[in-house]
Design a protein around this ligand. Structure first.
Ligand code: NAP
Ligand code: MG
Length: 462
C-alpha cells in the first residue's frame, strides 16, 4: 500500500515536526502495510494557520466555483474508486465487494450531492426588511473514526467546502492511508492550497490539539460518546460550534403484522455488514413473544451462513473489546444461539458472527454499543412494551420498523426517540439528515441539513 511520510498542509506534503510514526496494520493478516507520521500539536497549529490564511479567499469564492471544485473532486473519486476500495480493504479489513459498493461508492454520492448543493443553495435570503447572508462558519477541525474511513471524512469535508469553510482533518489512527489518498484526490481536484489540510496522528495528541485549538471555529467529531463528551466540553468552554456524531444502539422493531422472514434476514445482514462496525446498526432486534422462537431460528440460520466472510474487525483492541462483550452476555444469562467469543480464524482480528436470544433490556449487551458482529434479540409483550424497550437506552441514532403496512410502521416510528428510521427496509439516502437524538450526538450530517452546520447567518437590516 502506498503511504506518504508527510502531512498534507497548505497544498503540499510536508515533513512532520516530530519523528514519531503510526504503523498501519492489515486486520486480516496482522502485517504492517504502511507508516504515516504521528502529528503533534505543533503540526496541528501549522495546519490551522494554513486553513486560517486560506479562509478569506475561499469564503469569497463564488458558490459556482466551489461547486466546480466539488464536481472535480467527485470525478477524481470516481476515477480512483478501485484504489480507494483496495486501500480501505487493506487497512480496515472489509471484503473488497463491500469496499467497492459502500466504502468507495457512498462518498462519491455524497461528494456529488454537495457539488449540486453548492451550486443551488440559496446563500442569501430576504426576511422582511432584512437581507440574511449565510456565511461560512470559518476554520473547521474534523476528527473522524475508522469504521467508514472515507465516508466519515467526505461527510465533513464536502459540506465544509460547499459552505466556504476551510478545514483540518485528523483521521483515525487505524485508517490513515485512505485519508492520505483522499488528500491526493483533493489536490488533483484543484482545491486551492490551505483549504483542505490533513494531519495524521493519535487522538489524545493531534485530535485533542485540534479540538482545543483557539483558532478553530467549529469542531466536527464522529466517534465514541466518551471522546465526544470531552470534545463537547472543550468546545463549550471556548464558546465554539461543535457537531458530534456518536454511538448508537438501534432497535429493529418487528411488529406482529410484519413479514417476519424478510425483517429478520435484512436485520441480520444490517448487523453483520462491515463486521458490525456501523454506528447506526440495528443491534437490538425486538420481536413479539408469539413469534419470538421463530425469529430466533431464522436469525440463527441467517447469521450462521456468514462464517468468516464478513471480514475481521479493525484492530486487536476492538477484537478484544467485542469478545469481552460476548463473554459478558453469557455471564449475564443471555442464550447464545450462534457464534461466541472464540474467533472465526486464528490469524487476523476475526470475531464470529454472534446471535444472542433471551436478552433482556437491562443487560449490558442490550445497552452498550458493541461495535462488532453481535445481534441481540429481545421479546416484547405488546406495542407499548416494544416502544419502551426501543427507547430505553441513552442512544438515539437510528432504527427500523417492520409492519404489514407502511402507515402502521410510520405511526410507531414517529414515537421512537431516534434520528432516522428505515420503514420496511427503506434504502439509505445520502441526502437525508443523519444524526442522533439523546447521547447519539449533536447536529446533523449529509444533504442541506449537513450544509447548514457549516454556515452562520448575518442579517443586514434596511
Ligand atoms: P474514538 O476513540 O472516539 O475515535 C474517534 C476519533 O477521535 C479518532 O480519530 C480518534 O483518534 C480521535 N480521538 C480519540 N481520543 C481523542 C481525544 N482525546 N481528543 C480528540 N480526538 C480523539 O473511537 P474509536 O476508538 O475509534 O472507537 C471506539 C468506539 O467509538 C466504537 O466502539 C464505537 O462505539 C464508537 N464509534 C462510533 C462511530 C460513529 O460513527 N458514531 C464510529 C466509530 C466508532 P485515534 O484513532 O487515534 O484513537
Ligand atoms: Mg481511539
Amino acid at each position: 500500500m502506498k503511504s506518504h511520510d508527510g502531512l498534507y498542509i497548505d497544498g503540499a506534503w510536508r515533513p512532520a515536526a516530530g519523528r514519531d510514526v503510526i504503523e498501519v496494520v492489515n486486520p486480516v493478516d496482522e502485517q504492517v502495510i504502511g507508516r504515516v507520521p504521528a502529528g503533534t500539536a505543533e503540526d496541528v497549529d501549522t495546519a490551522v494557520r494554513a486553513a486560517r490564511a486560506a479562509l478569506p479567499a475561499w469564503a469569497a469564492t463564488p458558490p459556482a466555483e466551489r461547486a466546480a471544485r466539488l464536481t472535480a473532486l467527485r470525478d477524481v473519486l470516481v476515477a480512483r474508486k478501485d484504489e480507494i476500495a483496495e486501500t480501505v480493504t487493506a487497512e480496515l479489513g472489509a471484503p473488497l465487494p463491500f469496499s467497492q459498493t459502500v466504502h468507495a461508492g457512498v462518498p462519491i454520492a455524497v461528494a456529488g450531492s454537495y457539488a449540486e448543493l453548492a451550486a443551488t443553495h440559496v446563500f442569501e435570503e430576504r426576511v422582511g426588511n432584512s437581507t440574511v447572508h449565510h456565511e461560512p462558519v470559518g476554520v473547521v477541525g474534523a476528527i473522524t473514526p475508522w469504521n467508514y474511513p472515507l465516508h466519515q471524512i467526505v461527510a465533513k469535508v464536502a459540506p465544509a467546502l460547499a459552505a466556504g469553510c476551510t478545514i483540518v482533518v485528523k483521521p483515525a489512527e487505524d485508517t490513515p492511508l485512505t485519508a492520505q489518498l483522499f488528500a491526493e484526490a483533493v489536490h488533483e481536484a484543484g482545491v486551492p492550497a490551505g483549504v483542505f489540510n490533513l494531519v495524521t496522528g493519535l487522538g489524545p495528541v493531534a485530535g485533542q490539539a485540534l479540538a482545543e485549538h483557539p483558532d478553530v471555529d467549529l469542531v466536527s467529531f464522529t466517534g465514541s460518546t466518551a471522546v465526544g463528551r470531552k470534545i463537547g466540553t472543550v468546545a463549550g468552554a471556548a464558546v465554539k460550534k461543535v457537531a458530534l456524531e456518536l454511538g448508537g444502539k438501534s432497535a429493529n422493531v418487528i411488529l406482529p403484522s410484519a413479514d417476519l422472514a424478510k425483517a429478520v434476514n435484512v436485520g441480520v445482514a444490517n448487523v453483520m455488514s462491515n463486521s458490525g462496525q456501523t454506528c447506526s446498526a440495528w443491534t437490538r432486534m425486538l420481536v413479539h413473544t408469539d413469534r419470538y422462537e421463530e425469529a430466533v431460528e431464522l436469525a440463527a440460520a441467517a447469521a450462521a451462513k456468514y462464517g468468516d466472510r464478513i471480514g475481521p474487525v479493525v484492530s486487536a483492541r476492538q477484537q478484544a473489546r467485542v469478545r469481552g462483550y460476548i463473554e459478558q452476555g453469557l455471564a449475564e444469562g443471555a442464550r447464545l444461539v450462534v457464534g461466541g467469543a472464540e474467533p472465526a480464524r486464528e490469524t487476523g482480528y476475526f470475531v464470529s458472527p454472534t446471535v444472542f436470544a433471551d436478552v433482556t433490556p437491562e443487560m449490558t449487551i442490550a445497552q452498550e454499543e458493541i461495535f462488532g458482529p453481535v445481534l441481540t434479540i429481545l421479546r416484547y409483550a405488546d406495542e407499548e412494551d416494544a416502544l419502551r424497550i426501543a427507547n430505553g437506552t441513552v442512544y438515539g441514532l437510528a432504527g427500523a420498523v417492520w409492519a404489514g403496512d407502511e402507515t402502521e410502521a410510520v405511526a410507531f416510528a414517529r414515537r421512537m426517540d431516534t434520528g432516522q428510521v428505515d420503514i420496511n427496509g427503506g434504502r439509505f439516502n445520502p441526502s437525508a439528515p443523519f444524526g442522533g437524538y439523546k447521547q447519539s450526538g449533536v447536529g446533523r450530517e449529509l444533504g442541506a441539513h449537513g450544509l447548514a452546520e457549516y454556515l452562520q447567518t448575518k442579517s443586514l437590516q434596511f
